[in-house]
Design a protein. Structure first.
Length: 109
């Protein structure tokens, strides 16, 4: 599936959520290192779709933790994957407290 088809799938999901009178938010996940996540964010925001600040990158720690049956915080507590999960948790907590997401410390790429 190419980059554009992923964005089209997101647009369809956003339409369904909007039809349910809910505000949709997108989480960029399994993002490769580099500019692709920034390009995806710009494309989505250009369509008026809200994207949470945290980007979940494609990291080996996620796969290793699952194999071991652990969370990344257990597998590598001070690693970048754990930092991204913590940042995402903060983004979602702000939303649940009816606050708009703000720029969080960008997780190291």
């Amino acid at each position: 599936m190419g980059k554009n088809s992923h964005l089209e799938a997101i647009a369809s999901t956003v339409a369904i959520v909007t039809a349910a009178n809910k505000k949709p938010y997108v989480i960029l996940n399994a993002a490769p290192q580099g500019k692709l996540a920034d390009e995806a964010r710009a494309a989505l925001e250009g369509q008026g779709i809200a994207v949470l600040p945290t980007v979940m990158h494609q990291r080996a720690a996620f796969a290793h933790a699952v194999i071991d049956g652990r969370a990344v915080h257990e597998y590598e507590p001070n690693g970048k994957a754990a930092e991204e999960i913590t940042s995402l948790y903060c983004d979602i907590t702000r939303l649940l407290n009816n606050k708009q997401p703000t720029k969080t410390k960008k997780a190291a790429a």
